[in-house]
Design a binder for this molecule. Structure first.
Ligand SMILES: [Zn+2]
Ligand SMILES: [Zn+2]
Length: 288
């Protein structure tokens, strides 16, 4: 089922500045009724006052957030190649289209109809077609360019700010300046976190328990960022998992997301990779 979401203007602008997330959190369980391949259409209010279409997330997965997550227990992930972020502004007034959709909105100020739980609505196939037609004429938002996650993590482990900065400068000019500075700072933070994570698990993979430290006296497992750094994830310990290189590659190849309720990585083919060792990840569960 396609969905419509009203994205508060300040949250939308922050998302663009801090690294486009390609996912949405909410406390309305309706979010999880969207299946893989369905679209979630997000509209927002531009600073000038007009309503604009902001994004089309083509769903690639659903997970549960850590308990008491600020934005609610449900998360919907957008497919990295098929989802689109649009430039918000003067040539993108979506209000007449939103008022034509089956989710009738009579309020004088459109945003008033989309508060709280009601900021997520179900759409019909016809609504989806109407939005698709409108969206096809819109320019894309340049700040929504994604960094490739594996090379980004690789540069982090090289422990070298200059190399990371050179890599960011050569090929990834679309990254917002705030996010660029934050990413370069991540090298210093990672220097402390990586050994902490290795110590917590004696170097073992949290999924298969492969133990290179016991077998060969080396640390060969890798710190993975559960919410990818390229999708505005943080470099805090609770956003990291220790994985063997095989499981790490698999999770990146199949766009795996950790479900805090199931305690497993959910892959884009809907398979699960259960976490066996778990001493530090926040507990899951719905709230309120
Ligand atoms: Zn493993
Ligand atoms: Zn990773």
């Amino acid at each position: 089922m396609p969905l419509l979401y009203y994205w508060r203007g300040d949250n939308h602008r922050r998302d663009l500045d801090e690294g486009v997330a390609y996912h949405l959190n909410h406390r309305n369980p309706l979010l999880h009724s969207a299946q893989n391949g369905d679209s979630l259409w997000a509209f927002t209010r531009a600073e000038g006052g007009a309503y604009s279409l902001a994004a089309q997330l083509v769903v690639s997965g659903r997970t549960h957030n850590p308990k008491d997550h600020h934005y609610g227990p449900y998360r919907l992930w957008g497919h990295l190649n098929h989802s689109r972020y649009f430039q918000v502004g003067a040539h993108n007034d979506v209000e007449p289209i939103i008022r034509m959709l089956s989710a009738r909105t009579k309020a004088r100020h459109l945003g008033q109809s989309f508060q709280g739980m009601a900021s997520v609505r179900a759409l019909t196939t016809q609504d989806h077609q109407l939005l698709t037609k409108f969206a096809n004429a819109l320019p894309l938002e340049p700040r929504a360019a994604l960094l490739p996650e594996l090379p980004l993590e690789h540069h982090l482990y090289l422990d070298d700010e200059e190399q990371l900065e050179a890599w960011l400068n050569t090929r990834h000019s679309g990254i917002a300046p705030t996010r660029r500075r934050w990413l370069i700072g991540a090298v210093t933070r990672n220097r402390k976190l990586a050994p902490q994570l290795q110590n917590l698990y004696c170097g073992r993979c949290q999924i298969c328990e492969w133990s290179p430290k016991d077998l060969h006296d080396v640390y060969a497992c890798e710190g993975h960022h559960i919410q990818w750094l390229s999708r505005s994830g943080s470099d805090a310990l609770e956003n990291m998992a220790l994985l063997c290189p095989n499981h790490h590659r698999l999770i990146h190849k199949l766009d795996g997301h950790f479900d805090f309720q199931e305690r497993a990585f959910v892959l884009s083919n809907d398979q699960r990779l259960k976490v066996q060792l778990d001493h530090h990840l926040p507990s899951g569960g719905t709230h309120g």
